[in-house]
Design a protein around this ligand. Structure first.
Ligand code: ASP
Length: 344
């Protein structure tokens, strides 16, 4: 009889403990739902479907999807947003479709000068590089500058010496050349002469293709990166907004990760990425409203063409542009995903 009593008491005790455990665990699981996500762009511009053949559109969509999936699976595996941003951008730098790495636009001197930046929102650490001609993946060099040097920004020959020192792949400058970008340079030069306007204001369809990526990882860390050849026919060692931290690239865990594309001079003057971050930080604006305020109101008024992608700590995203198109895509852990080129 005693044995039965003891067994019964034990049974009641185990049942009690199990139900306590459950009631503690359940709400914990709900509040621990982890959000993560990635947003990419491949440049903004006043482009329409007529600028592209069906095959070209398909090529862009496929490459954007490949980049997006690469970054998303890194995040899904629990790796860092910095890794996701770097690897995603490498896919686009290696593709001749975009104005970054292979396929970059030409300067007035007929060479490809590349700019890139990366930023870690958890530490505000950043690395950027401008005017390089021989480093296969400028985004890797930006990351090496962030992690392996005490500096934030390096340019030209010095940056290339540092790239060799950190064992990055060096290529002959001709690696970056594509016939399409060469033809664009010739068209732009002709257009400039005929219409007597600056290349930066010319409407030749050669200005698209800067690439960018922002991501939020499972640990709640934000990161942003951008890479570009700049603008066709750029002169005198011109550097755009991309490698200027706060202009074309910015990430802060307290606000958002942002990567811009467009007419760089406007993005520098308006310190666009940081301006959006500041509106979130000091005015408590949502990411979407802040991006809207800067891109659709402030920049549009100045005729500063371009757009921005962003993601915040809750995996809210924005893809905002005041042009007719932007190569873009996103994928978030709530199951939403999209890749688009034209319209809104
Ligand atoms: N923002 C880049 C630059 O001015 C160009 C672009 O995004 O298309 O260098």
């Amino acid at each position: 009889m005693n044995i039965y009593k003891i067994v019964l008491q034990l049974f009641v005790l185990v049942f009690f403990l199990l139900s306590c455990n459950n009631s503690v665990d359940k709400p914990k699981l709900e509040t621990q739902k982890i959000n993560f996500g990635i947003v990419i762009h491949g440049g903004a511009g006043n482009m329409t479907k007529d600028n592209f053949s069906e095959i070209q559109i398909l090529e862009y969509i496929n490459k954007l999807n490949e980049a997006l999936e690469t970054g998303y699976s890194i995040l899904e595996n629990g790796e860092s947003s910095i890794d996701a941003v770097e690897q995603t951008i490498i896919i686009m730098e290696n593709s001749p479709l975009f104005n970054a790495g292979k396929g970059a636009v030409f300067t007035a001197n007929g060479i490809n000068e590349l700019d890139a930046a990366i930023m870690d929102g958890s530490s505000l650490n950043a690395g950027s590089v401008a005017g390089i001609t021989t480093v296969k993946n400028p985004i890797k060099l930006a990351r090496a500058i962030m992690e392996k040097s005490e500096h934030v920004m390096m340019v030209g020959k010095g940056a290339e010496i540092f790239a060799k020192k950190t064992d990055l792949e060096i290529v002959d400058p001709s690696y970056f050349r594509t016939d399409a970008r060469w033809e664009s340079l010739q068209k732009t030069i002709k257009n400039e002469k005929e219409k007597n306007i600056s290349a930066l204001n010319s409407n030749v369809d050669n200005k698209f293709g800067t690439v960018g990526c922002v991501a939020l990882d499972k640990n709640g860390n934000l990161a942003a990166g951008t890479s570009t050849g700049g603008m066709t026919n750029k002169k005198y060692g011109r550097v755009g907004d991309v490698p200027i931290i706060g202009a074309g690239t910015y990430a802060n865990n307290n606000t958002a990760a942002l990567s811009a594309t467009g007419h760089g001079e406007f993005f520098i003057r308006n310190v666009v990425a940081h301006d959006i971050s500041a509106l979130i930080e000091y005015k408590n604006m949502s990411l979407e409203n802040a991006a809207n305020e800067v891109i659709m109101k402030k920049l549009a008024k100045q005729k500063g063409d371009g757009g921005v992608i962003g993601i915040d700590k809750q995996a809210n995203i924005t893809l905002t542009f005041n042009t007719t198109g932007m190569f873009r895509g996103f994928k978030t852990s709530d199951g939403k995903s999209e890749v688009k080129i034209f319209g809104n």
